[in-house]
Design a protein around this ligand. Structure first.
Ligand code: PGA
Length: 284
């Protein structure tokens, strides 16, 4: 994991946006994995600004979102469809057919999850997956205890999440109790991951993700097994890291190193594909 600490939320968002912009610059038909929540809002704002100022073309990208609530139509203001339209898609001028979100309105939710995974495969896999981290160490809607090999599925929301969301709905019975979410296994297949955290409230899960053991109790810790994850936070979220000075040192010393993995452009170089190929050839 490449751990980066920025002074504040604005600097962290800008650094994240520059990385996503670089992916699109090098690979105009990139497949972007997107997240909702308050954390990536700043990154999305910067990305729209970069696209405008540098004339960066997003017309060939495809996007996939991590998750969506069950039972909320795309037009519902609390749906992640609505969030993405407001915070990114309109600003980048993305066409509807470029974007993919799970439908929480599908009559067969299990089939919807299978369809979504198939669509990711058909698009060639996700190049960069943007992530936030929950206060309990979750990523997407993969709560503590989720399988670290899990695929996209219907998940029961944590009782705390249901309680937190109640304020956005007029009637308690309208508050979603389940969601559709990529699994940790789906996320780990992205060619690179970019996870962000801001504020003191994330200091503990952030330290657990980076310094703690890999455990399903902290689903984000599975990213330690990913070959190219960039973890960017502000100083408040980094405050509980055991090796903070060392991470800052490594970041300074690697200033001239590539930010994107070589296998973004050349899939053959992906160590996971190489391992799979040698497994297959030894089985022949
Ligand atoms: P937040 O949520 O960005 O609103 O803090 C992150 C998450 O829970 O995944």
């Amino acid at each position: 994991m490449f751990v980066k600490v920025e002074q504040d939320y604005a600097a962290m968002s800008e650094r994240g946006a520059r990385i996503v912009a670089e992916v699109v610059r090098q690979k105009p038909h990139a497949v972007l994995g997107l997240a909702t929540g308050s954390t990536p809002e700043g990154l999305y704002r910067c990305l729209i600004q970069i696209a405008r100022e540098q004339n960066l073309d997003f017309s060939q990208v495809t996007t996939f979102n991590l998750d969506e609530y069950e039972g909320l139509p795309a037009g519902h203001p609390q749906s992640y469809h609505a969030f993405m339209n407001e915070h990114l898609f309109e600003g980048l001028g993305l066409r509807k057919e470029q974007t993919n979100l799970l439908s929480g309105m599908a009559s067969d939710l299990a089939a919807e999850c299978v369809r979504f995974e198939e669509k990711i495969r058909q698009a060639g896999g996700i190049d960069i997956q943007i992530l936030g981290i929950g206060g309990d160490g979750h990523i997407a809607f993969c709560e503590p205890g989720s399988s670290l090999g899990g695929r996209t599925s219907v998940v029961a929301l944590h009782t705390q999440t249901i309680a937190d969301n109640a304020r956005f709905f007029e009637r308690t019975e309208d508050v979603p109790r389940r969601a559709l979410s990529m699994g940790v296994g789906t996320i780990l297949e992205a060619r690179m991951c970019l996870i962000l955290a801001k504020g003191e409230g994330k200091a503990e899960p952030w330290a657990n993700m980076i310094d703690g053991p890999v455990t399903s109790q902290v689903p984000a810790s599975a990213l330690q097994l990913h070959p190219w994850t960039i973890a960017i936070s502000d100083t408040a979220a980094a405050s509980k890291l055991k090796n903070l000075d060392y991470y800052r040192h490594v970041d300074r010393e690697s200033a001239d190193q590539p930010v994107l993995p070589p296998w973004i452009m050349q899939t053959d170089l992906d160590p996971r594909r190489q391992a799979e190929r040698s497994r297959l050839s030894s089985a022949e």
